[in-house]
Design a protein around this ligand. Structure first.
Ligand code: PAF
Length: 286
């Protein structure tokens, strides 16, 4: 496994791989790897001959009051995990490599960056889209894998790729959950033992939504109320939002209408830890 820390070297390496006729896949990460990331690596392996992961905690996607400085980092552990899973290249730049000068060029995906996560983190998706654009220009992948766990991020990256004609195929990988339903996230490490147990209510609330919609409930405001009640009765989690969108457009929906699938998304704070989760609700189960 090759570790690359420099932009020019990564671009040269990518050019060589491309010239040799091999397909290069990228899994962009912020490190502190877990099984969720590893499932993205497996997905990349299915689609590419050479698998690269990037490990970079991107400062421009954190607001000043967020957890940039405390975001968990453990490169030695990440390196071992990546190697064991058959990753070929780790691109691990420093801040001065990624942002050598004051950055003035950014990518903004309008409208969809302002809702849900964007209401609570107004600058977040500008940072995400811009760093992913930089990573695409540096690693030059044929394809890249993103997790459905960050559903809004995945939608935004797809929109960027399609609107700006990036020559990268985006593949989405399903959410990986612990046995008790908690979606894997590097931030789960912040949870106390009690918060960790209570956080499983997020999955239960999404399953409740799936059941309600599957049982023909069309009114999503009512589904939201039931989810809020469940979360309040089983935890001290503070709900930032529970929303429903059309998965194809990301526009909010309050009624199932003729949609066959509705994406339910939520963000809930447990102490200082903010968790997000989502589920595609099948409105006409077999
Ligand atoms: O999902 C993440 O870990 C980050 O937002 C990403 C895509 C690596 C960009 O920094």
């Amino acid at each position: 496994m090759k570790i690359v820390k420099d932009v020019a070297e990564m671009q040269r390496t990518a050019d060589e791989i491309r010239r040799s006729g091999k397909r290069l896949g990228l899994v962009p990460t912020m490190g502190y790897l877990h099984e969720g990331h590893m499932s993205l690596v497996d997905e990349a392996r299915k689609n590419a001959d050479v698998v690269a992961i990037s490990i970079y905690v991107n400062p421009t996607q954190f607001a000043p009051n967020e957890d940039l400085s405390s975001y968990p980092r453990d490169f030695a552990r990440d390196e071992k995990l990546a190697e064991t899973r058959g990753v070929d290249i780790i691109f691990a730049p420093s801040d001065s490599v990624m942002y050598p000068h004051k950055q003035l060029a950014f990518v903004e995906i309008e409208e969809v960056s302002r809702v849900l996560e964007g209401e609570f983190r107004p600058t977040h998706f500008k940072g995400v889209a811009s760093v992913v654009a930089k990573l695409f220009n540096i690693v030059k992948p044929h394809m890249a894998v993103f997790g459905q766990k960050d559903a809004q991020q995945a939608f935004i990256i797809r929109k960027m790729v399609s609107d700006l004609n990036f020559d990268v195929n985006i593949v989405l990988a399903p959410i990986v959950r612990e046995e008790d339903g908690l979606a894997l996230s590097s931030r789960n490490i912040y949870l106390s033992e009690d918060e960790r147990k209570k956080a499983t209510v997020l999955y239960r609330s999404l399953k409740l939504a799936q059941k309600a919609v599957g049982d023909n409930e069309r009114n999503l405001a009512r589904v939201r109320s039931e989810m809020l009640e469940l979360i309040a009765s089983q935890s001290t989690g503070k709900v930032d939002y529970i929303d429903f969108v059309d998965p194809d457009t990301f526009s909010k929906v309050e009624d199932v209408g003729s949609l066959e699938r509705v994406l339910a998304l939520l963000a809930v704070r447990f102490g200082r830890t903010r968790l997000i989760d989502n589920m595609i609700l099948e409105t006409r189960p077999k």
